[in-house]
Ligand binder design. Structure first.
Ligand code: CO8
Length: 260
């Protein structure tokens, strides 16, 4: 498949997708969001890809938000449709079966922060910057920011970022739990790929089911989540990977998982 605003490299079971609109600091216009949608289908269907990494082109920006130039003249209905389109794509990304790592290489603002929050694991370069500056533009976040941010950091911290539109640096983002790993900028892709390799070394179906249990469970009350975990856990015992994983332990050898 061909893309105008995305670069896709696949190597050793990992796909690296780079959002590539350097003239606009990789801001998301509608065409790019539609390409992300297509890319998710492609990666999900590709038997040779186990883990997806999303990053931005260049050293300066991951994604500097939704494209302000493109959206500035929208009317209420057009604005709503734009939000619905991107929310659908971000939900789809969050619920992919395959694990998704955000490698945040610079500005992750507005829709950029919302994009990285829809990924499973976030690794930030030490020069990255985060924020939800929408209130400075007269709007609220529209790609899930008011919902995912308080689920990742404290409610008060989320409101602080949302109400002020202030930018925070990568160290602060790591301190408050907005990102999960902080690395020197020149090690970012190596760190993301290393994590992808580590994830690929364990049982793929178990990873997939962990993801489902966390994503579904977080929207349930605790007891319903625990029950869902019981079902997921039981399901593992129907897989070859469970037999192989435990047999390999008993035989003191490395497990060879088939993802079946
Ligand atoms: N949209 C369009 N173009 C952008 C964007 C953007 N979000 N960000 C940067 N650019 C462009 C600039 O216009 C500039 O273009 P040009 O060279 O043609 O003038 C180029 O990228 C370089 O940017 P700067 O010259 O501004 O670079 P600086 O280093 O001076 O500043 C910043 C970098 C701080 C990142 C600055 O560019 C900035 O503040 N950008 C906007 C950040 C922002 O406000 N993002 C949030 C956008 S709103 C959003 O994401 C809401 C999503 C939900 C919408 C819901 C609708 C329903």
């Amino acid at each position: 498949m061909s893309y105008e605003n995305l670069l896709i490299e696949k190597e050793n079971g990992t796909a690296v997708v780079t959002i590539n609109r350097p003239k606009a600091l990789n801001a998301l216009n509608e065409a790019t969001v539609r390409e992300l949608d297509k890319m998710i289908d492609e990666i999900e269907a590709d038997q040779d890809v186990a883990v997806l990494i999303i990053t931005g082109s260049g050293q300066k920006s991951f994604v500097a938000g939704a494209d302000i130039v493109e959206m500035k003249d929208k009317n209420a209905m057009e604005g709503r449709d734009w939000g619905i389109l991107a929310q659908g794509v971000f939900n789809k990304l969050e619920n992919m079966k395959k694990p998704v790592i955000a490698a945040v290489n610079g500005y992750a603002l507005g829709g950029g922060n919302e994009l990285q929050m829809a990924c499973d694991i976030r690794i930030a370069a030490d020069n990255a910057k985060f924020g939800q500056p929408e209130v400075t533009l007269g709007i609220t976040p529209g790609f899930g920011g008011t919902q995912r941010l308080p689920r990742l950091v404290s409610k008060g911290m989320a409101k602080k970022l949302l109400f002020t539109g202030a930018m925070i640096d990568a160290a602060e983002a790591y301190r408050i739990g907005l990102v999960d790993e902080l690395v020197p900028a020149d090690h970012l892709m190596a760190a993301a790929k290393k994590m992808a390799v580590k994830i690929q070394s364990v049982a793929p179906l178990a990873v997939q089911l962990c993801k489902s249990a966390v994503n579904r469970g977080i929207n349930m009350d605790l007891q319903s989540g625990i029950q869902y975990e019981d079902e997921v856990w039981g399901l593992c015992f129907s897989t070859n990977d469970q037999k192989e994983g435990m047999q390999a332990f008993v035989e003191k050898r490395k497990a060879e998982f088939s993802g079946k």
